[in-house]
Design a protein around this ligand. Structure first.
Ligand code: ATP
Ligand code: LTN
Length: 337
């Protein structure tokens, strides 16, 4: 792996069995592309998953399942460093330094925290959920990442990362790379099939609103065919007035590598039904080999675990060095950290 390439880092939570198509189009698809052009670090953020209650056996299973799905989408351990966040203890160590640099008010402005905590009520909200974005800051800064490919909902967390990197650098001297978010306009936000005003989300969408990549193709086809569309019959990309159809056009265009204008043209004069039927077919064709590959990785947990162990070793080599610099800069006495 060429070291003169810019660094990229991103993470995904093992919070549900299957990735949904928003995770794939908004983020993971870019991860796969960027391993060709960047020195890439990707991780399954199991510590972040603990911010909400998790069944231990299920968390373990979902962590392997997330890694298997990442490999099945095309991540190649020869071309990128793929690992599990908790295997690299430096994440939580750097996170503490970052927490001490973050204002309480600043952390309180994070909209994802506000949404999630208001959904579950203050009594059931952990301090971990509150400090979650700061652990994410540490994830990114440990690797001196230049770019962070994520969906639109993560923009504010990358902005916080930039602010804290700059604050640390100006207070203690140049230590961290200030990262840029890498958010593709077209797929930054894939919407819920039943409510195209909200993002497709593991935690907030109803099952009918989500296309899970590991779903049975018949179930996905049914969901696509009953997606909420707009009044009228014209197939036109117009997110403001036709959010439902525009969302389907985005998914269609990205999965087939075609411009939305070409898809519009293809369906000129045809009804919504034709578009939905074809999209169901396209999703099913994409997902069939993905499901098979995911299962192959799951069927061989020793290979999967050893691959993740190697990834953690590579990641740790970088993380240890950055943490040592940061510890030194803030004035911690050298010793056995
Ligand atoms: P939750 O809804 O519980 O927050 P999630 O569905 O957003 O979960 P994450 O693991 O938090 O899933 O996200 C993984 C990546 O997928 C992130 O980069 C996130 O920005 C991206 N992503 C998630 N949902 C969408 C979406 N609907 N459209 C585009 N990108 C998305
Ligand atoms: N908060 C992100 C997951 C995440 C992440 C990261 C993304 C944790 N650490 C570092 C990019 C870089 C989410 O909920 N999707």
């Amino acid at each position: 792996m060429a070291n003169d390439r810019p660094r990229v880092l991103s993470g995904i939570q093992p919070t549900s069995g299957s990735f949904h198509i928003g995770n794939y189009l908004g983020a993971v698809r870019q991860w796969v592309a960027m391993q060709e052009t960047h020195d890439a670090f990707y991780m399954v953020v199991d510590l972040h998953a603990l911010t909400l209650p998790q069944d231990p056996a299920q968390l373990r299973g979902n962590t392997r399942l997330a890694a298997a799905q990442l490999l099945a989408t095309g991540l190649d351990p020869e071309r990128c460093t793929l690992f599990v966040q908790s295997h690299v203890p430096e994440h939580t160590q750097l996170s503490w330094l970052m927490e001490c640099l973050t204002g309480f008010g600043e952390a309180s402005r994070m909209t994802q925290f506000k949404d999630k905590s208001s959904r579950q009520g203050a009594d059931r909200t952990s301090v971990g959920l509150f400090t979650y974005p700061i652990l994410q800051v540490a994830d990114i800064l440990l690797y001196q990442a230049n770019r962070v490919p994520v969906g639109e909902d993560q923009r504010q967390h990358v902005e916080l990362t930039r602010n804290l990197a700059e604050r640390f650098n100006s207070r203690y001297g140049r230590t961290f790379t200030v990262p840029e978010p890498h958010i593709l306009r077209e797929t930054a936000k894939i919407f819920d099939l039943q409510d195209p005003a909200i993002k497709m989300s593991k935690s907030a969408s109803s099952p009918k609103g989500i296309i899970d990549l590991l779903d049975d193709p018949k179930a996905s086809a049914k969901k696509i065919k009953s997606a909420v569309t707009d009044t009228g019959t014209e197939i036109r990309f117009d997110p403001e007035n036709k959010p439902g159809i525009s969302n389907l056009l985005t998914i269609y265009g990205t999965l087939t590598d075609s411009a939305v204008a070409d898809v519009e043209q293809k369906y000129e004069g045809k009804g919504y039904g034709a578009l939905k039927t074809d999209l169901a077919e396209i999703v099913s064709e994409w997902a069939a080999p993905f499901r098979t590959r995911t299962q192959e990785y799951l069927d061989d947990p020793e290979t999967l675990d050893s691959l993740l162990a190697k990834g953690a070793e590579k990641a740790r080599a970088v993380a240890v060095e950055t943490l040592a610099q940061a510890y030194d800069k803030v004035g911690l006495l050298p010793g056995k950290h």
